[in-house]
Design a protein around this ligand. Structure first.
Ligand code: AMP
Ligand code: MG
Length: 315
């Protein structure tokens, strides 16, 4: 594989999905649409295929991967679910919630997936294409976002090809992702505490409502998810936040009453803004302007997750 060549482009119909499943079983890398962002999938039980993910992304090996499963039973074969985990699975799976849980002894997961942690990050996705690929492959799939490490996440197939080129064997084109932001990651600690490691489409308030207890803040020595690192999602040029007005050399991303060169949502709809965020950061990166400015985004609901990504893109 080399960056200059191009991946095989697949459609989201049954024939191409079974071709993708065959490639995955053979240990190849396939980019697959999900309801959050495009994932770079590989079988999670083989060292070589997991190593290929880290190589293709240029991802540091201390950054563990999320494993995608078809259902709760498959998840329970890999990690230990307590009562809280079962409640969250019942409330939010399939969907955009990743749970970090104690890894089961002897689980068929390549050690590189967890980067040596005693925990495993698990998600049961809702997107019909991702679900069909997992079902046909018949294997848990490790799948980080399908972009070079540290860059802006892909929300359509063209973003994947632009970022990974021939470093991915095939890409299933399933159109634009609905949520447009990576899954919420929640860690359920064995001592009863829980924490959101990465805000996302499922808000902390919704998780707290199911669990009936508030989260404990993450202390700095507990940082274990690179989505928590200060700089991430970087578009490759300076980003200025809370910009109601832009300078002439800035590509201005608008929201609501702030029009901009392009808008996250003209009506001020936060879900629409989340779905368009990475696409507009890609557009800003490709624009001739040397800098990017972003309109103020309210810090409520999924706006919390949008602002989390924007702060890291600007860092
Ligand atoms: P992505 O590469 O965008 O899919 O991000 C995956 C995220 O999940 C990263 O921030 C990882 O650090 C995080 N993650 C995966 N496994 C674990 C784990 N066992 N404990 C904590 N965070 C994890
Ligand atoms: Mg990522």
């Amino acid at each position: 594989m080399d960056h200059a060549s191009r991946p095989v482009m697949l459609q989201d119909g049954p024939e191409d999905i079974s071709a993708a499943a065959d490639l995955l079983r053979a240990g190849k890398l396939v980019a697959v649409p999900t309801e959050t962002v495009y994932g770079l999938a590989a079988r999670a039980d083989r060292d070589e295929s997991v190593a290929a993910i880290y190589r293709a992304k240029g991802r540091p090996s201390f950054n563990p991967l999320i494993v995608h499963v078809p259902d709760l039973a498959s998840a329970q074969a890999l990690a230990r679910f307590d009562e809280r985990a079962l409640q969250l699975a019942a409330a939010f799976w399939p969907g955009a919630l990743t749970m970090v849980l104690p890894l089961r002894d002897g689980a068929a997961i390549a050690p590189a997936v967890t980067a040596g942690l005693p925990t495993l990050a698990l998600r049961c996705p809702a997107h019909p294409v991702m679900r069909a690929v997992i079902a046909q492959a018949g294997l848990p799939l490790a799948a980080p976002s399908a972009n070079r490490s540290g860059g802006v996440s892909p929300t359509d197939a063209a973003h994947v090809v632009a970022s990974l080129g021939g470093n991915v064997d095939a890409v299933i084109d399933g159109g634009a992702c609905e949520a447009g932001l990576e899954s919420t990651i929640v860690a359920l600690r064995e001592d009863g505490r829980w924490q959101v490691l990465r805000p996302g489409p499922i808000t902390e308030a919704r998780i707290a409502a199911v669990l009936g207890t508030p989260s404990e803040p993450v202390t700095s020595h507990e940082i274990e998810a690179p989505g928590q690192l200060a700089s991430h999602y970087a578009p490759g040029k300076p980003v200025r936040l809370d910009a109601a007005q832009a300078e002439p050399d800035e590509f201005h991303i608008g929201f609501g009453a702030v029009t901009g060169d392009a808008t996250l949502s003209a009506t001020g709809d936060l879900a629409e803004a989340a779905a368009r965020l990475y696409s507009l950061l890609h557009a800003g990166a490709a624009a001739p302007h040397p800098r990017i400015a972003v309109a103020p985004i309210p810090d409520s609901d999924i706006g919390t997750a949008i602002n989390d990504r924007l702060r890291r893109a600007a860092a």
